[in-house]
Design a protein around this ligand. Sequence first.
Ligand SMILES: *Cc1c(COP(=O)(O)O)cnc(C)c1O
Ligand SMILES: [Zn+2]
Length: 404
Amino acid sequence: MPELRCINCGRKHRPDERIYTCPACNGLLEVTIDLDKISVNKSDIENRKPGVWRYREFLPVKEGSKIITLEEGGTPLYRAKNLEKELGIKELYIKNEGANPSGSFKDRGMTVGVSKAIELGATSVGCASTGNTSASLAAYAGKAGIKCIVLLPAGKIAIGKLAQAVLHGALVVGIRGNFDIALKLIREAGEKLNIYLLNSINPWRLEGQKTQGYEILDQMSWEVPDRIIVPVGNCGNISSIWKGLKEFREYGFCDTLPIMTGIQAEGAAPVVHAFENRREDITPIGDPDTLATAIRIGAPVNAPKALTALKESKGLAKAVTDEEIISAQKLIARKEGIGVEPASASSIAGLIKLLDNGTIQRDERIVCITTGHALKDPEAIFNNYEKPVEIDPDINVLKDLLRS
Ligand SMILES: *Cc1c(COP(=O)(O)O)cnc(C)c1O
Ligand SMILES: [Zn+2]
């Protein structure tokens, strides 16, 4: 049976305890998977259909539990030949998490998190969100037939994500304050109002997200890339990918591990600051700001796990500007046909920056994760791109237009 282990004091906690942090020291919890009890080989896995549950032995759901799934995961890993040429590099892959059912990697977390919520007998789930967590949780709660409440920073949510939360029937509440403040409130609501929390502080949710690490290895025929570049906000994703990779190495599915590279937006880069100042913990930023709303987070709750991932993988964290993010978004959209929201494009922006300053070598095998779909945030496109034109239905006007 999987257990919960505190990454701070090492105490173990029962998996049926409804806790999110260590009751003894308030440290972050991690699910420990007993790899010795698993018996599955690569070809067993390869014979199953792609997706999160392809790796079911490694997921902490009890035998016979009801699984709430929308067939998430199994997203494309594109070889980005045009970008390789453009950037003068040898081998680049884009793992397009925008291809998940609700359009972001959060679905991988929610299939496990909401299944766990049902296992624990929850009838209401909730989260604070910069947008995608709420869109995803609303969809899975709908499928599970349980209530869902989402707290969002009022006026700071990309319109597509807000629309999804409403569409799937969540109780959507705008909070006058930023994400960090909304998270504080939902954590209090979790304790006092009997709502099961599915923010990335929830260790079960991260178990679903770790399958990105599994899947990259699986899709690369179990050859380990040199580097994985991940957009970083609340730090759950980079930590979970690293956990997945380490588990597969320990299980014996690979021998080496990639260098983890986390990218933040300059106006919301507490992890980068901690990394650059060689600090073990972050200093929260009171007023995070970036057009990449999905990573507009000043006090990332999973920062200790992310800093450990960077340290263990000899990785690094780097900040990019909003201009660099938009320019990278444009580049992958136009060279590779992949539409992503701004936060997602930060992995590509970071790649370009780290190539330019010589940190990344041109012959590395690199995987960039793009985390969410372009349609999540159409306003970011209209505000930063050429405006569409409007003309009378006249061939000569059209001809002039094409010439100009
Ligand atoms: C949630 C999210 C992120 C940030 O992931 P964390 O786990 O919070 O670091 C990045 N991009 C998109 C599109 C997201 O939805
Ligand atoms: Zn503890």
